[in-house]
Design a protein around this ligand. Structure first.
Ligand SMILES: *Cc1c(COP(=O)(O)O)cnc(C)c1O
Length: 374
């Protein structure tokens, strides 16, 4: 089922014998299985996967083999990907803005659930003959996430109630959804949203069948996997705000896949106070300007982790664009050299889908490993 066999025990072992120069994306299927199990056993509802976080065939197939039967898709391409690899899985088309041709594609592929945050988009779905569930997406000004999803999608609460009433009147299965923002550090954010969803359903006079609590679950901080239990408990606890508790759905992306990958980039050049890497913000490090930089280690070419004193250095990517610089200097070993590898943990999300070929960079190789710890 995997396209490649396991080729090393872990990234450090692999790099000590690697003579190539392409960045290496390490994937541990076993680590993905373990995180999937944490969601499947802990979350009191249907676990679906947000495909955009990592659309690699190996990831989708592994999740499917582990029992994943629902996927959050956002485009015709993602729909086709899921139909190809997971023929009987449910698809939730949760990009609330769709062209008419995209709606046609979704209907033909049998999309089971749609999200909306706007009256015009809802009327479009009705007019074009969509069926099944429609989840109204709303937003609140809640802090706690690394990145504000509400800035792009989600209706205000009063508008969400109007949309929900229309969804029910038009004969769809009524549902509500939200996204607290990715890498959410505060379980209470979910509880706040769940209670607000109950208020919206009441205001609309609609009993919703499902509540989709979105993604936002965090990946490891300081190299340690985040316990999901407080998140699930906060969600379950807040359900008491509903007169009739809806069934739950979640759609993790980062919190499910990030920790089963690591990413190694090579040092091209070292200068006083600066290093130049062979990937940067137009490639696998595209999130580094806006997100907390994950745990990392520097390895010599022989595969030894450099543990000596460190000094702050400005980190540049390989392209000739001055934006291709990490926001903050990183504390890097004083004795690091050209040819060393910088190995970043928790790099499974928002890397494969967003890497560009700007300036001829952006190619990497994938290595399947038993474990991604270092
Ligand atoms: C991106 C996205 C997700 C996944 O978000 P993460 O923060 O990676 O968990 C879930 N739902 C929707 C609708 C999304 O757009």
């Amino acid at each position: 089922m995997l396209q490649q066999p396991i080729i090393a025990r872990d990234p450090v072992r692999f790099l000590s014998g690697y003579a190539g120069t392409l960045p290496v994306h390490f994937f541990s299927p076993e680590a993905l299985d373990a995180r999937l199990a944490a969601f499947m056993t802990g979350f009191p509802g249907l676990v679906t996967y947000a495909v955009k976080a990592n659309p690699a065939d190996d990831v989708i197939s592994r999740l499917y083999a582990g029992g994943m039967r629902g996927f959050d898709v956002a485009s015709p391409d993602e729909i086709d990907l899921i139909r190809r690899l997971c023929p009987d899985a449910a698809m939730h088309y949760n990009n609330p803005v769709r062209s008419r041709s995209e709606i046609v594609h979704g209907i033909a592929a049998g999309v089971a659930s749609w999200s909306v945050d706007d009256a015009g988009e809802l009327e479009k779905l009705i007019a074009m003959g969509a069926t099944g569930e429609i989840a109204v997406r709303f937003k609140l000004p809640v802090a706690g996430a690394a990145y504000n999803f509400g800035a792009k999608f989600g209706a205000e609460e009063a508008e969400a109630a109007r949309l929900l009433a229309r969804v029910a009147e038009a004969g769809f299965k009524p549902a509500i959804t939200f996204h607290v923002g990715t890498q959410c550090a505060d379980p209470a954010a979910y509880a706040t949203y769940v209670r607000a969803a109950a208020g919206i359903a009441k205001a609309a006079g609609v009993t919703i069948e499902r509540l989709n609590v979105g993604g936002g679950f965090p990946s490891a901080r300081d190299g340690r996997a985040v316990d999901l239990t407080p998140y699930f408990a906060a969600i379950t606890g807040a359900l008491s705000a509903f007169d009739t508790a809806p069934a739950l759905v979640c759609e993790p992306g980062r919190g499910l896949v990030a920790d089963s990958f690591a990413y190694a980039v090579q040092v091209k050049s070292v200068r006083a106070g600066r290093v130049y890497l062979n990937d940067g913000i137009y490639g696998g490090l595209s999130e580094f300007p806006s997100m907390v930089i994950p745990r990392f280690a520097v390895l010599s070419q022989s595969g030894r982790i450099r543990g000596g004193s460190s000094q702050p250095r400005v980190v540049f990517g390989p392209t000739c664009d001055s934006l291709d610089t990490l926001r903050e200097p990183l504390p890097l070993p004083a004795d690091m050299e050209e040819g060393d590898w910088v190995l970043f943990g928790s790099m499974g999300a928002y890397l494969t889908g967003v890497t560009t070929r700007f300036n001829g960079y952006g190619e990497w190789t994938t290595a399947i490993v038993k474990s991604v710890t270092f």
